[in-house]
Structure formats: C-alpha cells, structure tokens
Design a protein around this ligand. Structure first.
Ligand code: URA
Length: 273
C-alpha cells in the first residue's frame, strides 16, 4: 500500500518555499542530494510573528562607507573559571542581571543573552535585538533570523549546533545602530561568552559586529573574504542578514564568506550546480 502523502500546513509550506528560493539564489540546485537535516528545519522560531507583522522588522543602515574611527581595545578575558561551558554561561547571565549599565535598558522588554550550544564550533554575532527578539528574549527570531536559519542550514548545520549572540543585548530604539558607549558597555559580556564557548570560527554579521570584534572600523568590503583571528578563534566577516533581505543579490557574496567558514571548520561544501 502506498505511504500516505504528508500535507504541510501553510506556514511550513511558506518556510519551505522560502528555503528553496534561498538555495536557488545561492546557485545551489542539487541541495536535494544533501543530508536531510540541511533542508528539514521547518519549525523556524518566530515564523508566525514574522508573517503576521513584517513592519516590526529591524531596519539597518546601508552597509556602505563607514568613517574611520579609533580602534576599540578588546577587554581582557574575564570569563569565570568554570569548566562546564553551560554553567559558565549561566554565571555570566547572572552577572549581567537586570542590567541598567547603559540607556538601552529603558526600552527593554526582554534582555537577549544568546542562544545555542555552549560548546558550539561556530558562533554568529549580530548587532542587537529587534522587536521580535526583544519580545521573545532570543536572538535572530525575526525575518533576518529566518534568513540566518537558512544560511546555517545551507552550511549543513542545525541552529542548535551553533551559538548566536549580539554586540548589545537590549534593543536599540527604532532598531538604530548601537551607540559606541552602549556597545562598549555591553560587548565585554559577549567577549566573555565567546571566551567560554571558544568556537573555532566566529562569523561577524555586518559592520557593527565586525567593528566591535575586530576593534577597527572599516568598510565591510575591506574585511570580507579573508580569515581574521580573534582571541584564538578564526573570524570571518559577512553581510548582516537584514542587509541581504534588502539586497538579495549579495547573497552569493555572503555564501562565499560562509564557505570560507565551512572550509575552516572542515565542513563539506555542497557540490556546485
Ligand atoms: N538583528 C540582529 O543583529 N540581531 C538579532 O538578534 C536580530 C536581528
């Protein structure tokens, strides 16, 4: 007797269609030969709220010319001396507490600490929470998060296998770029998280992440396409998913960056179309 065909609900169908379109935009046409895990992540967090209210998505500045600025020194490693990464991350979260260290706390609904595996080999850093993230207390759960999920899946990974965090943990008003004093106040906690997780590869998503991780402000064009180092991890710079949503033609460039990350991790790149 033939197996009954599986009927997908509309939101799953939409997520699937979006994922297939993403693969096509990357130039991947034989993804269906890849392990099932890479294309099966239909339960995308935040999808429902995205489809209901697209206007609540963050708006990021165009990633074009960025004026030069004084380098920001990375603070010393201050991660707690705990061998269990999950426990160490919990301690950092406790140290942050109900944070009032910068003005961003005034508009906060939920503090967005980070999400994913405490032992991740790959760690993504974004800019700061948007409306959906502020509502849920989780990073990258809005429309940009949907695209990041697709990027992670295209690398053959699951979202739970990587770690995702931001330069600032509270939502900037109107999703503006964090001010230097806000980013410099919050980033040391991100650095502590990274010191605990010790990922092999960090992917900086966009100019803000690149600036505060590398301690230098340069146009993305000058930072992409090569491997930097950051306190023992390899660091790769690519476009922010929100920028890619505005300019999907750059997805191929972003995919080239992610392939550098994959090479550093020893992950197999999908076969060329
Ligand atoms: N954009 C970011 O930079 N971070 C998020 O968590 C969501 C959107």
């Amino acid at each position: 007797m033939p197996a009954p065909s599986r009927v997908l609900d509309p939101s799953t169908q939409q997520a699937l269609a979006e994922r297939l379109r993403f693969y096509r935009e990357l130039g991947l046409t034989d993804f269906y030969r890849r392990p099932a895990q890479a294309i099966q992540q239909m339960d995308v967090p935040g999808l429902a709220s995205e489809t209901q209210d697209p206007s609540s998505q963050p708006i990021y500045p165009q990633e074009t010319e960025i004026p030069p600025r004084k380098p920001i020194a990375a603070p010393p490693a201050v991660a707690p001396a705990v061998t269990d990464s999950a426990a160490a991350l919990r301690i950092i979260r406790e140290q942050i507490g109900e944070c009032t260290r910068c003005a961003l706390h005034t508009g906060r609904n939920e503090l967005v600490f980070g999400d994913g595996s405490p032992d991740a080999r790959l760690l993504f850093v974004g800019e700061g929470p948007g409306a959906d993230e502020d509502a849920q207390g989780l990073p990258f759960v809005g429309k940009a998060g949907q695209l990041l999920n697709n990027m992670i899946a295209a690398m053959g990974l699951k979202r739970e296998e990587v770690y995702i965090a931001n330069v600032v943990k509270c939502r900037p008003p109107q999703n503006r770029t964090p001010e230097p004093d806000e980013a410099n106040t919050c980033a040391p906690f991100l650095f502590q998280q990274i010191d605990v997780i010790r990922p092999e590869v960090i992917v900086a998503l966009g100019a803000t992440a690149a600036t505060y991780l590398l301690g230098q402000r340069q146009p993305l064009a000058g930072l992409r396409g090569r491997v930097h180092t950051w306190r023992g991890s390899k660091l790769i710079v690519t476009y922010h998913p929100a920028f890619l949503l505005r300019d999907p033609r750059q997805k191929k460039e972003a995919w080239a960056d992610l392939q550098i990350a994959m090479r550093e991790l020893g992950l197999q790149a999908p076969a060329k179309a």
